[in-house]
Design a binder for this molecule. Structure first.
Ligand code: MEV
Length: 309
């Protein structure tokens, strides 16, 4: 038997553009997925007491296939994350299950778990970057960039794209998440943006502009200049909206939160899902988000990544 848990994440800067090798910055959050996997004495694999359905459990099935797991298993999962909302639930499920499966195979290694997790997301979503899976594996603040800077952990390559994964230090941030309650599966919007990227030079320009905003965002975070971080978050939101990743309900929650925030933007995949406000007034921002019809969560970042205890 192995038990493992892994955190969700929020992306501060760079979602979507990071799929094309641009930099991105994410922070692990103190909400996790817990996973317990045992060898089964029966012939069938079960999940939470029910027969395992590979069509529904696409990430778990892909994780097992990638590691060549053929034996029947009893899998238990418990989630503190919203799914299909941009909190990194699929990455946390993938990373926590890989922690268990690699341990059952007697070959656990954090870098291997993060790299395999990326492959699983890539296959299952039809495209992905390693930002969610590396943040869930490492915990803390994670930056991906095409070049290596301080805090370098490992490099991940896919086709023509190289991501250098770094763990960096951010000032303690007060964050409020606003859920639109509009379900938005990652694969759908990642594919929509991919189509735009392949078809339109304007979409490719927007992706590059997001990369520039992320680099400035990294500098502002290093200087602990939250006013500038917030201004850049607003800029990042406007570029994401031009890319077609926002949603009317996201826009409404962002507008409501802004008077109480340094900055606000969608976080994760968009198209519904969740928005994020960086604020010194979390209660006021949360109230404004709820007043605009969203469900608000005041969040803490965590340095705890994949864990076995
Ligand atoms: C989803 O949390 C973030 C995206 O950039 C997809 C990815 O990086 O895999 C939209």
């Amino acid at each position: 038997m192995t038990y493992c848990s892994a955190p969700g994440k929020i992306i501060l800067f760079g979602e979507h553009a990071v799929v094309y090798g641009e930099p991105a910055i994410a922070v692990a959050i103190d909400r996790r997925i817990h996973c317990d996997i045992r060898r089964s004495h029966d012939e069938t694999t079960t999940i939470n007491g029910l027969e395992f359905d590979p069509k529904k459990q696409t990430y778990l099935q892909c994780a097992m296939d990638t590691l060549g797991v053929r034996e029947p298993l009893n899998i238990q999962t418990k989630s503190e994350l919203l799914s299909g909302a941009g909190m990194g639930s699929s990455a946390a499920l993938t990373i926590s299950s890989l922690g268990c499966l690699l341990s059952l195979q007697g070959g656990f290694d954090l870098e291997n778990a993060a790299k395999t997790g990326f492959e699983v997301e890539y296959q299952t979503q039809g495209g992905a970057s390693p930002i969610d899976t590396s943040t869930s594996a490492l915990g803390g603040e994670v930056m991906l960039s095409p070049t290596r800077v301080s805090g370098f952990c490992w490099t991940i390559n896919k086709e023509d794209t190289t991501w250098n994964v770094h763990q960096s230090k951010t000032p303690k941030l007060k964050l409020v998440l606003g859920n639109t309650c509009v379900h938005s599966p990652t694969s759908k919007l990642v594919c929509k943006v991919k189509e735009a990227y392949n078809r339109s030079s304007m979409a490719r320009d927007i992706i590059r502009d997001i990369g520039v905003v992320v680099k400035r965002g990294h500098e502002a975070l290093m200087e602990e200049d939250l006013v500038e971080v917030g201004r850049l978050m607003d800029q990042n939101q406007s570029l994401l909206a031009h890319l077609g990743a926002s949603h009317l309900k996201l826009d409404a929650l962002i507008d409501a939160a802004r008077p109480h925030s340094y900055g606000a933007k969608l976080t994760g995949v968009g198209g519904g899902g969740v928005m994020l406000a960086l604020t010194d007034e979390p209660d006021e921002a949360a109230k404004a988000i709820e007043g605009a019809g969203g469900k608000a969560y005041i969040l803490n970042s965590t340095t705890k990544g994949l864990a076995f205890e």
